[in-house]
Design a protein around this ligand. Structure first.
Ligand code: ZN
Length: 331
């Protein structure tokens, strides 16, 4: 757990770098071997899901084959980008033309220079640029101090997406396939983009949807998160490719939504009954280590070691009356 969350008052003033350190700690907590030949799983003809190496902080990726080129969802960290490029060679010789950054976090966007150097065009919803302006260069510099793959690029800050769009859906289409890019509002970040393949029934979610205890809520809007999921659920799909954790079906959105609704309702109820944070979160050496808040069986897949921190973030959002991302990143 991040040591920088020393006290409640410090947490309220948490810096972007500390928030990013928290994100990295979330990505790192489950050791897992990365020694596999190829992690690509074909979920439909010409669409592959790649489970990221959690011990390297990597996100999941999706590769979409078009007639003449490939689209990759998420740039990953630089080390992840290199691994994805290697794995792609086992399934296609087509060039990667587009890389879609689902949001600004390093494990989804810091690999941009690797992809653009290889000739790809990086793409995102336009609010990703605003998130980069809020959280960079601190996030990049923090990552470079602990990650050789970021430091080795020798850059001062993150490379923003080359193209952004504000019209929804943004469509990339050819004779073989239609890919739509959507935005449903602020959940995990203010730039949460989704990729949707209507003909194949595939939804690629970034970190607005995770499948497991991987939710970083520091840059989020916890109260609005279930609304974003509700809008995504209006699409027709049966295959869900999340930002972290294994792929699944629509039940992944249901569980993620239950987790967000329940944590918000439980903390609201505790505050409403006059409790302070210390009444339901235990701090050890300045970090939240335990909580008496309990969620239902429907949400348990999303409850893990970061749960006390998630409860603290929810408390801060509700008690200060603004999305947690505004507490750490401003307007
Ligand atoms: Zn993220």
């Amino acid at each position: 757990m991040p040591a920088r969350f020393k006290t409640r008052s410090c947490a309220v003033r948490v810096t972007a770098a500390a928030a990013f350190a928290a994100l990295l700690s979330v990505a790192f907590w489950v050791p897992e071997s990365s020694a596999q030949e190829s992690r690509l799983q074909e979920v439909a003809p010409g669409i592959w899901f790649r489970l990221g190496e959690r011990d390297q902080g990597h996100c999941n990726n999706t590769i979409i084959e078009m007639a003449d080129y490939l689209i990759v969802i998420d740039a990953n960290f630089p080390s992840g980008a290199n691994l994805v490029m290697e794995d792609i060679k086992s399934v296609s010789s087509k060039p990667v033309k587009y890389v879609f950054d689902t949001h600004h976090h390093g494990d989804h966007l810091y690999g941009n220079p690797v992809w653009t150097k290889a000739g790809a065009t990086t793409l995102a919803y336009h609010t990703v640029l605003q998130e980069i302006a809020r959280y960079e260069p601190q996030g990049w510099q923090s990552a470079a101090s602990s990650r050789p793959d970021v430091a080795e690029l020798g850059l001062a800050t993150a490379e923003p997406p080359m193209e952004v769009f504000s019209q929804i859906p943004h469509v990339i289409e050819d004779s073989t396939r239609r890919v739509e890019f959507h935005f449903f509002g602020w959940a995990h970040t203010r730039g949460d983009g989704f990729a949707y393949l209507p003909n194949e029934g595939v939804l690629v979610t970034g970190d607005a949807i995770t499948n497991g205890p991987f939710n970083f809520m520091g840059h989020g809007n916890i109260g609005n998160w279930p609304n974003v999921i509700e809008r995504a659920k209006r699409l027709r799909f049966d295959k869900v490719l999340p930002g972290h954790g294994p792929r699944g079906g629509r039940e992944v959105l249901d569980g993620q939504q239950a987790f967000m609704r329940e944590i918000h309702a439980s903390v609201s109820s505790a505050i409403g009954s006059g409790q302070s944070l210390a009444d339901f979160v235990t701090m050890t050496d300045g970090s939240p280590t335990a909580t008496s808040i309990k969620l239902s069986a429907a949400a348990q897949n999303w409850v893990g070691p970061s749960f006390p921190l998630q409860v603290m973030f929810t408390y801060e959002e509700i008690s200060q009356g603004k999305p947690h991302g505004e507490i750490v990143g401003g307007k």
